[in-house]
Design a protein around this ligand. Structure first.
Ligand code: PGA
Length: 242
């Protein structure tokens, strides 16, 4: 079952998410976190950085696994998720570089990269807390509508809607990669806890379908209905169709 916390606005979504992540790190300093990119988690990362600087929250033993990365973008490409994570979180906290895991979108053998990624998650003991955003089409990670609930880390083709939604970060639509590596839905479902964040009216339909709709591969986030510890933290606008 999905539990839902409805809060006032984006700031509160960010704070509530950061509080829960901090709580996990404090109770288990070597926690394994699954992290997300996109515009939604930025406020949460900002709050975690504040907690690190002002409240002594330490990431020194934390390991992280990001959900996804664009195929073809090197780690130093400003639109890569590697770059995003260092800019928005890792450069500002005391995490050890060797504990950071993000799929390599320029690996020579992408299939092998995906298998190795799954292996590394297992070796780390699995993900304690997976943070998620949600696409307007209900995607989680880059698992687009139609993705099997059995899917694992793999190379996927991005939907045109997702490419258009993400074009705002690039100079033009043509520059948005066509493929990505993403953890699969089964990979995500193995996380011990999941927190999904959503803010704004554009996400209201996806949130409503994920929670109230039938479980269907056409709404990848609806798979979360079967997770035993999944919390959606949404603002009033994203909750407006609930
Ligand atoms: P957004 O993306 O946070 O930039 O809206 C979320 C997602 O596509 O998962």
């Amino acid at each position: 079952m999905i539990r839902v916390l409805i809060v006032k606005d984006y700031e509160e979504v960010s704070r509530e998410a950061a509080l829960r992540i901090a709580e996990i790190i404090r109770s288990k300093p070597d926690a394994v976190l699954g992290l997300a990119t996109g515009s939604t988690p930025i406020g949460c990362y900002r709050e975690l950085i504040r907690m690190h600087k002002m409240e002594g929250l330490s990431f020194s033993k934390v390991s992280t696994f990001n959900l996804d990365e664009y195929v073809g973008l090197a780690p130093d490409h400003p639109q890569s998720y590697h770059y995003y994570m260092f800019q928005n979180l890792f450069n500002h906290v005391d995490i050890k570089v060797e504990n950071i895991h993000i799929p390599n979108g320029v690996a020579e053998d992408l299939d092998e990269e995906c298998l190795n990624y799954e292996e590394s998650i297992k070796r780390a003991g699995g993900i304690d807390l997976q943070l998620l955003g949600i696409g307007r089409n209900g995607h989680i990670g880059f698992n687009e509508p139609g993705s099997s609930f059995e899917s694992r880390t793999r190379v996927v083709k991005l939907s045109e809607q997702t490419r258009m939604d993400n074009a705002r970060f690039f100079k033009s639509l043509d520059e948005v990669p066509t493929h990505a590596i993403t953890m699969g839905i089964a990979t995500i479902m193995e996380a011990k806890r999941i927190i999904l964040l959503a803010s704004g009216e554009a996400k209201a339909e996806a949130i409503s379908k994920a929670i109230k709709g039938p479980k269907t591969v056409m709404v990848p986030a609806s798979a979360l209905q079967d997770h035993e510890d999944c919390l959606f933290i949404v603002d009033r606008k994203a909750a407006s169709l609930l």
